[in-house]
Design a protein around this ligand. Structure first.
Ligand SMILES: *Cc1c(COP(=O)(O)O)cnc(C)c1O
Length: 383
């Protein structure tokens, strides 16, 4: 037990310190280079990183910005949506998409998610389309992509824009029209976040918008820089949303090991699957055929109202876990004006009671996963 406890003490939801130690020399060199040239805003590293990430995603153009929430706002602004337009997104989700929609005077309309994949339920999406619907914010949650064949067909039919919020699934591949492509690059515009805990994280805030539509991306570029065309010529109302040069330099270093770190996440997930299979009171993540899973989060469902007591038990054994998400957006006070009520989205509401995110990150060792899964088995008397 003392040995086990020693391991448990080191378990974290994410281990950014170890992650950075692994490429310390490259990071230090990249940061020192920025300190030496002094171009902290729009320095050369911003362009280089933007190019390298767009090559990785195989997308024509990418505009780095200040964070993933701004990326969504920039995308919505570039599509020329108007106050009063309806934008559909999911209720079992982080708040950023609905927030950007509401800030622009548009109406967030929630749809239900699939109980296995946690992603947008296509039949619910279809039910919420009205004559006012102009766009869908498709969220690829926890590392798994939505069904883009179905979504794009529906969007085509109803003339809707598709924004892909890929903050949690950078590097995920989705099968679209029989071809595997990077998630976020199928719809009209994709967005992502470089928040430190995402698949590709910086040492602060960062984000990006990307698309194969170059005219749209030129607009995004202008919007992210106060609506400028030529310098000091303001063509439209924009915002100030830039990726710091230092963050771009850091991200360019970390992009080189993204593939490797996604493989390590997958290996960790495989070990969880191996060690947790057959426990009756939990459901493991379900990967659908049209997407792979990059496990930004490893989210299990705990049945029979035992989620909170399992969480407490793990915590008592120095194992952190998180609840993404504890309350659906349609029941949040900030969105009460939309008149959402309990019972509107039964799956989302139930998931909020059942989900538990276990530690998963590239630095998590097999030994740590064994310790975590042994404690879960102890809790369920499954050993
Ligand atoms: C993290 C996240 C965002 C926002 O990213 P920030 O960089 O923190 O603004 C948006 N959508 C989803 C689904 C996210 O997980």
């Amino acid at each position: 037990m003392p040995e086990a406890l020693k391991i448990a003490k080191q378990i974290q939801m994410v281990d950014l310190v170890s992650q950075h130690e692994a490429c310390k020399i490259e990071l230090d060199t990249a940061i020192q280079k920025v300190l030496a040239h002094g171009a902290f805003i729009n320095g050369p590293e911003v362009k280089t990183f933007g190019q390298n990430l767009s090559d990785y995603l195989n997308v024509k153009q990418l505009v780095p910005c200040a964070n993933g929430t701004d990326a969504l706002q920039i995308a919505l602004m570039a599509l020329d949506l108007k106050p009063g337009d309806e934008v559909i997104t999911t209720s079992f989700n982080y708040v950023a998409g609905a927030e950007a929609v509401a800030l622009l005077g548009m109406i967030p309309v929630f749809a239900e998610v699939n109980t296995q994949s946690f992603n947008l339920d296509i039949s619910s999406l279809e039910k919420h389309i009205t004559s006012k619907t102009k766009a869908i914010i498709v969220v690829h949650l926890f590392g798994q992509a939505c069904d883009m064949d179905e979504i794009m067909a529906l969007a085509d039919k109803h003339h809707l824009y598709v924004i892909e919020d890929n903050a949690q699934s950078l590097g995920t591949e989705v099968n679209y029209k029989g071809k595997w492509q990077k998630a976020g690059t199928i719809g009209h515009i994709g967005t992502t976040s470089f928040f430190p805990t995402k698949n590709l994280g910086c040492m602060g805030d960062g984000g990006a918008v990307f698309s194969n539509d170059e005219a749209l991306m030129n607009k995004c570029k202008s919007i992210s820089s106060h609506g400028q065309g030529q310098r000091y010529e303001f063509q439209r109302i924009g915002i100030n949303s830039r990726l710091d040069t230092i963050q771009a330099a850091i991200l360019d270093v970390k992009l080189k090991s993204l593939k490797d770190s996604l493989e390590k996440r997958k290996k960790g997930a495989d070990k969880y699957f191996e060690l947790l299979s057959g426990i009756k009171n939990i459901e493991l993540p379900f990967t659908q055929s049209f997407s792979n899973h990059t496990y930004n989060q490893f989210v299990i469902k705990v049945l029979h109202n035992q989620r909170d007591s399992l969480k407490q038990y793990l915590s008592d054994h120095q194992i952190p876990s998180m609840i993404y998400y504890p309350k659906p957006l349609h029941l949040q006070p900030a969105y009460a004006y939309l008149n959402g009520k309990m019972g509107d989205f039964l799956v989302s509401e139930q998931l909020c009671e059942q989900v538990l995110a276990l530690p998963i990150h590239p630095e998590l060792s097999g030994e740590q996963i064994l310790y975590i899964t042994d404690r879960i088995k102890d809790f369920f008397h499954a050993r």
